[in-house]
Design a protein around this ligand. Structure first.
Ligand code: AMP
Length: 216
């Protein structure tokens, strides 16, 4: 099974990927996490992409494609969830071509939709673990007491200025990807409003339907 999770920043793609991992054993390929790891490790790629990420802009398509393709190949073209990739129509074309060449097309693109006010609230209260990239929300899912508080940080691109820029970028460059996959006939729209559990149930219901079809 191969799925892509799509939606604006703060839609809960990473959280839903985790739920899908628990239910179906699918691994998450998050280009955001791959990029943050490259920045933290100070690799060549990390140095090249740092300023784009911190300002809330998208990283150039070619660089993200190489990271994503490498990770998809490592997963042997199956049993993965793409989280945050593709994010431009160019990337969407590339991933479709890449997967088609290996006879491993995406089964579904799950699009989580939510209003801007919810996005801003979620991102302003989001914190992550520096090393594991585990995501928390100060109110709804605070970091557990046994986690070293010095490891809990706010992502630079979750600062208000960067959030505004990311929402803008999403509207201009990423939202058209939804239409691309609608035309491909694999888009599934799910409301991203509500509790993690509620959204998770909606996503699981959708995935279960086509998981059954795949087996039948
Ligand atoms: P995320 O953790 O998915 O919110 O990604 C964090 C940041 O990494 C984004 O704001 C972009 O700067 C960069 N990034 C992640 N995925 C992509 C992508 N598919 N295309 C371009 N930039 C990306």
């Amino acid at each position: 099974m191969r799925i892509a999770l799509f939606g604006p920043p703060g839609a809960g793609k990473g959280t839903q990927a985790k739920i899908l991992n628990e239910h179906f054993g699918l691994d998450t390929i998050s280009t955001g996490n791959l990029i943050r790891t490259a920045i933290r490790e100070g690799s060549d790629l990390g140095d090249r992409v740092k300023s784009f990420v911190h300002m809330g802009n998208l990283v150039p398509d070619e660089l993200v494609r190489d990271l994503a393709n490498e990770s998809i190949a490592k997963h042997k073209f199956d049993r993965f969830i793409l989280d945050g990739y593709p994010r431009t129509v160019t990337q969407a074309h590339w991933v479709q071509e890449f997967l088609a060449a290996y006879k491993a097309p995406l089964d579904a693109v799950i699009s989580l939709s939510l209003p801007d006010s919810v996005i801003v609230d979620r991102l302003s209260k989001r914190r992550i673990h520096k090393l594991t990239c585990e995501s928390y929300h100060l109110e709804y899912h605070p970091p557990p007491a046994d986690v070293d508080p010095t490891m809990i940080i706010r992502r630079k691109d979750d600062a208000p200025e960067a959030v505004r820029s990311r929402i803008e970028t999403y509207r201009e460059q990423t939202h058209p990807v939804e239409e691309f996959f609608r035309r491909e006939g694999i888009l599934i729209e799910v409301s991203g409003v509500g509790s993690v559990q509620d959204i998770g149930n909606r996503v699981l219901k959708q995935v279960e339907q086509f998981a059954e079809l795949a087996i039948a």
